[in-house]
Design a protein around this ligand. Structure first.
Ligand SMILES: *[C@@H]1O[C@H](CO)[C@@H](O)[C@H](O)[C@H]1NC(C)=O
Ligand SMILES: *[C@@H]1O[C@H](CO)[C@@H](O)[C@H](O)[C@H]1NC(C)=O
Ligand SMILES: *[C@@H]1O[C@H](CO)[C@@H](O)[C@H](O)[C@H]1NC(C)=O
Ligand SMILES: *[C@@H]1O[C@H](CO)[C@@H](O)[C@H](O)[C@H]1NC(C)=O
Ligand SMILES: *[C@@H]1O[C@H](CO)[C@@H](O)[C@H](O)[C@H]1NC(C)=O
Ligand SMILES: *[C@@H]1O[C@H](CO)[C@@H](O)[C@H](O)[C@H]1NC(C)=O
Ligand SMILES: *[C@@H]1O[C@H](CO)[C@@H](O)[C@H](O)[C@H]1NC(C)=O
Ligand SMILES: *[C@@H]1O[C@H](CO)[C@@H](O)[C@H](O)[C@H]1NC(C)=O
Ligand SMILES: *[C@@H]1O[C@H](CO)[C@@H](O)[C@H](O)[C@H]1NC(C)=O
Ligand SMILES: *[C@@H]1O[C@H](CO)[C@@H](O)[C@H](O)[C@H]1NC(C)=O
Ligand SMILES: *[C@@H]1O[C@H](CO)[C@@H](O)[C@H](O)[C@H]1NC(C)=O
Ligand SMILES: CC(=O)N[C@H]1CO[C@H](CO)[C@@H](O)[C@@H]1O
Length: 636
C-alpha cells in the first residue's frame, strides 16, 4: 500500500516535467482552445487559485496581526465584520546577483514563521499571510529556489546544506575536483545537444540556466534537467495553497536594440502563464506549452511541453549574468575542461549573449499587442528583468487586476559606488506611469535618489503612498481620466533597502563565490534589516507593519487610524519633502541612521564612473571582457 502511494506520488510529480524526461522539449497533444488570452484580467486559473489561497492566508494574517501588539485595533472585528475583501499582500525581491539572493533570503526568512526566531524577533507569519511572491534576477533565484523546491524555507536550506552550495563559482563547479567539473560541463553539453536535436534554437541562456540549476535544484533528479517552471502547479505546497503565488519578471529586448525605461516591455512568468500587461504585448500564454508553434494563439493540434525548463526561465530573468560563462579562460581550468566548454559555446545562437531566444514566439501573429515587431517576429527575445532599471519587480503587483493592498519592496540593488541601493528603482517605476506603456497603472510619489539617502530612506524602512487621497493627481496623468485605476487600487509600498547591521552586505553584484560564513552573514543581516535589528530599534515595528497592511482597506471604508498607527506613519511615511542637495553619502551607524562619509564596505567598483549611463552599458553588453569592467557599475 505504501509502495503504491509512493509510485502514484512520483507519477503525479513527473507528469508535469518534460515529456522526454530530459532537457529536450517533447511533443504532446494540445489543450482545447487557444494558448493565449488578452491581458484584461488575471487568468481564470489564477483567480481560482487566489480565492483558495486567501482561505489559508486570511487565517495566517489574523494570527500575524494578533501577534503585532496593535493598540486600539480589534483584529477579528476588522477582518470579519468590516473588511469587504481579503487583504492582499505582495512581496518583491530585487535583482543584484547572489548579494540580492542572499540578502533577500534573510529578509524573507524574517517573514517566515518557519525560521527560528522569526516569530519572536522578526515578522514571522507575514510570508504565510502573503498572496504574491515576486522576484527578478538575483531575487528570482530566491523565489524560484523556494517555489520549485516545494516551498522549502531558508531555514531548511541552511540546516540541510544541500542547495545553495556557493563555495565554488558556477563556472568552476567542482572546485579542485576536476572530474566533477568535467562531468558537470559534459552533462550540460548533453542537455544542450538534446534540445537542439529536438529542433529548438539554443542560446547562452540555456547553458546558464542549466548551470544555475546545479545550485538551485541539486536535490532534484539530474539537477532539474527535466524540471519545468510549470511543475510548480503540481507541488504539494502549491495545490494546498500553502505558498504565495510565485512570479518572476523579465524584459523584452530585440537584438541590437537597447531598452529605455519608457519602451521596455515588462514580462512576467507566473505559475500559469508568461506574458505582459503592457500595451506592446497585452497578452498571456500558457507557460506549460511554451515552445508550441502558434498563430495568434491557435495551435495546429500538436503542442510542445518541457520548453519552460525551470532553470531556463530563471536564467532568462538573470541573463545579464550568463556572460560569466564566457570568462572561462580566466579561471585556470584544465584544457580538457575548457575544450568541452569551447565546444559548448561554439554552437549557440549568435544573438547578443544576454538574450534568451524563445522560438517559436508564443505571441506570433498576435492581434492584442500594439508593437508589430514583437508579433511579427518568429522569436520572442527576453532578457534580464532589471535591464530597464526597474530592479525591484513591482510591475506585477501594481496591476489593479491583482488588487494588492500593500507591497513589501526589498531593494538589494547596487546603485552607489559602494553597492548600496539609492531608490533609483522606485524612481524608474514612478516615472514609467506617465507613459502609455504603463497602461494606466499608478505608483505612489517617491523622491529622487539624493533625497532617498539624505532623508535616511534607505537606512531604515520607508512607506510610500500612505494617503491614497494624495494619489488622485496620478490617476489623471496616467490616462485622460478614463484610466483603469482607482486611487485605492494603488498599493501602499513598504520599502526596505539593504544596509549593514551585523554584516557588510554590500558585496559586489558579480561576486560569484560565498563561503559558508559569508553566506550566513548575508542572510543574518537580511533578517536584521527586515526586523529593525530584531525589534531593538523599534519595539513597535510589528505594529507599524500591521498598520501598513490594513491602511488601504481602512481608507476604502473611511475608518480612521488608531493613534498608534498615526505615530507609526509619522515615523515611516515619506513626508513629501525633498533634500536633493549634494548626496551626503552613507555611513551606517547601529542606530539605523546615517552620517559621515561614504562607507566603503567591500568596494569592488572599477569602472562605475565609466558606465554611469545604462545606455553605454547596453551597447557594451555582449562582449565577454566587459564583464570585468562592469564590476559594481550596474545597479542590479
Ligand atoms: C508583543 O508584546 C509582548 C509583551 O510585551 C512581547 O513579548 C512580544 O514580543 C510582542 N510581539 C511583537 C511581535 O512585538
Ligand atoms: C536576530 O535574530 C536572528 C534570528 O533569530 C538571529 O540569527 C540574529 O543573530 C539576531 N541578531 C541580533 C543582532 O541579535
Ligand atoms: C507562527 O508560529 C506561532 C508559534 O509557533 C503560532 O502561534 C502562529 O499562529 C504562527 N503564525 C502563522 C501565521 O502561521
Ligand atoms: C511539500 O511540502 C508539504 C508542506 O510542507 C509537505 O506536506 C509535502 O509532503 C511536501 N511534498 C514533497 C513531495 O516533499
Ligand atoms: C527603445 O528606444 C531606443 C531609443 O529610441 C531604441 O533604440 C530601441 O530600439 C527601442 N527599443 C525597443 C525594444 O523598441
Ligand atoms: C504543428 O506544431 C508542432 C509543434 O509546434 C510542430 O512541431 C509541427 O511541425 C506542426 N505541424 C504541422 C503540420 O505544421
Ligand atoms: C578562450 O580559449 C579558446 C580556446 O580554448 C580560444 O579559442 C578563445 O579565443 C579564448 N578566449 C579568450 C577571450 O581568450
Ligand atoms: C543613484 O544610483 C544610480 C544608479 O542606479 C546612479 O546613476 C546615481 O548617480 C545615484 N544617485 C545618487 C544621488 O546616489
Ligand atoms: C481616453 O483614453 C481612452 C483609453 O485610454 C480612449 O479610449 C479615449 O478615446 C481617450 N479620450 C480622449 C478624449 O482622448
Ligand atoms: C539622517 O541621519 C542622520 C545621522 O544620524 C541625522 O543627522 C539626520 O537628522 C537624519 N535625517 C533625517 C531626515 O532623519
Ligand atoms: C563613519 O563615521 C564615523 C564618524 O564620522 C567614523 O569614525 C567612521 O570611521 C566612519 N565609518 C566608515 C566605515 O566610514
Ligand atoms: C487604461 C488603459 O490605458 N488601458 C489600455 C491597456 O492596453 C490595452 C491594449 O493596448 C488597451 O486596450 C487598454 O485600453
Amino acid at each position: 500500500m505504501k509502495l503504491l502511494t509512493l509510485v502514484l506520488a512520483s507519477l503525479a510529480t513527473t507528469s508535469a516535467w518534460s515529456p522526454t524526461d530530459s532537457y529536450a522539449p517533447g511533443k504532446v497533444d494540445c489543450p482545447s482552445g487557444t494558448l493565449t488570452r488578452k491581458a484584461d484580467s488575471i487568468s481564470p486559473n489564477e483567480a481560482d487559485w487566489i480565492k483558495n489561497r486567501h482561505q489559508v492566508s486570511d487565517a495566517s494574517l489574523e494570527a500575524f496581526l494578533n501577534h503585532c501588539n496593535m493598540t486600539d485595533f480589534d483584529v477579528a472585528d476588522f477582518l470579519h465584520n468590516k473588511a469587504n475583501k481579503s487583504l492582499t499582500i505582495g512581496l518583491a525581491f530585487s535583482g543584484g546577483g547572489y548579494r540580492a539572493m542572499l540578502a533577500g533570503a534573510g529578509q524573507l526568512a524574517a517573514l517566515d514563521n518557519r525560521t527560528r526566531g522569526a516569530y519572536e524577533s522578526g515578522l514571522g507569519g507575514l510570508l504565510q499571510a502573503s498572496t504574491y511572491l515576486v522576484g527578478l534576477s538575483g531575487g528570482n533565484w530566491l523565489v524560484g529556489t523556494i517555489a520549485l523546491n516545494n516551498f522549502t524555507s531558508v531555514q531548511q536550506i541552511l540546516d540541510d546544506g544541500k542547495i545553495w552550495d556557493l563555495d565554488h563559482s558556477i563556472v568552476n563547479y567542482g572546485g579542485i575536483n576536476i572530474i566533477k567539473t568535467f562531468e558537470y560541463y559534459n552533462g550540460i553539453r548533453k542537455d544542450i545537444d538534446a534540445k537542439r536535436d529536438a529542433g529548438f534554437e539554443v542560446s547562452l541562456t540555456d547553458i546558464w540556466g542549466r548551470a544555475l540549476s546545479h545550485q538551485f535544484f541539486s536535490t532534484t533528479s539530474d539537477s532539474g534537467a527535466a524540471l519545468t517552471w510549470s511543475t510548480v502547479q503540481d507541488a504539494d505546497s502549491f495545490t494546498s495553497h500553502q505558498m504565495p503565488f510565485p512570479i518572476v519578471v523579465l524584459n523584452g529586448r530585440a537584438p541590437n536594440t537597447f531598452i529605455l525605461n519608457g519602451n521596455s516591455t515588462v514580462f512576467e512568468t507566473n505559475a500559469f502563464e508568461l506574458g505582459s500587461w503592457d500595451p506592446s504585448v497585452y497578452e498571456f500564454s500558457q507557460v506549460k506549452y511554451l515552445g508550441s508553434g502558434v498563430s495568434d494563439g491557435r495551435t495546429n493540434g500538436t503542442c510542445v511541453q518541457g520548453f519552460d525548463n525551470a532553470g531556463y526561465i530563471m536564467g532568462t530573468s538573470s541573463s545579464l549574468f550568463n556572460q560569466f560563462l564566457l570568462q572561462i579562460n580566466t579561471t585556470g581550468l584544465s584544457s580538457r575542461i575548457t575544450s568541452v566548454i569551447s565546444g559548448l559555446l561554439s554552437d549557440i545562437s549568435k544573438d547578443e549573449n544576454d538574450i534568451a531566444v524563445y522560438k517559436p514566439n508564443p505571441f506570433y501573429h498576435s492581434s492584442a499587442g500594439d508593437v508589430p515587431t514583437i508579433a511579427q517576429n518568429e522569436s520572442l527575445f527576453l532578457v534580464d528583468g532589471g535591464e530597464d532599471g526597474q530592479n525591484v519587480p513591482l510591475s506585477p503587483l501594481i496591476q489593479p487586476e491583482r488588487q494588492v493592498d500593500v507591497i513589501f519592496a526589498f531593494d538589494n540593488s547596487a546603485d552607489t559606488d559602494a553597492n548600496w541601493p539609492n531608490g533609483t528603482s522606485l524612481v524608474m517605476t514612478y516615472d514609467r506611469q506617465t507613459l502609455k506603456q504603463d497602461n494606466g497603472t499608478i505608483f505612489p510619489h517617491v523622491p529622487d535618489a539624493a533625497t532617498f539617502r539624505n532623508l535616511n530612506l534607505t537606512s531604515r524602512p520607508a512607506f510610500f503612498g500612505c494617503d491614497a487621497k494624495n494619489l488622485s493627481s496620478l490617476v489623471s496623468i496616467t490616462s485622460n481620466g478614463t484610466g483603469k485605476s482607482d486611487i485605492y487600487d494603488s498599493p501602499l509600498v513598504v520599502y526596505i533597502a539593504n544596509r549593514p547591521f551585523s554584516y557588510f552586505s554590500n558585496t559586489s553584484t558579480f561576486k560569484m563565490k560565498y563561503d559558508e560564513k559569508e553566506k550566513r552573514g548575508m542572510i543574518e543581516n537580511g533578517f536584521e534589516v527586515a526586523s529593525r535589528l530584531n525589534h531593538t530599534l523599534d519595539s513597535e515595528w510589528s505594529a507599524c507593519v500591521g498598520c501598513a497592511i490594513i491602511r488601504r482597506e481602512q481608507e476604502r471604508l473611511g475608518i480612521e487610524q488608531s493613534d498608534q498607527c498615526k505615530q507609526c506613519f509619522q515615523r515611516y511615511c515619506w513626508d513629501g519633502k525633498f533634500d536633493s542637495s549634494q548626496d551626503a553619502g552613507l555611513n551606517f551607524t547601529e542606530t539605523g541612521l546615517t552620517n559621515g562619509p561614504e562607507s566603503t564596505g567591500n568596494k569592488t567598483s572599477m569602472a562605475s564612473s565609466l558606465i554611469g549611463q545604462s545606455k553605454d552599458l547596453y551597447m557594451m553588453l555582449g562582449y565577454a571582457f566587459l564583464v570585468t569592467m562592469v564590476f559594481g557599475g550596474f545597479s542590479i
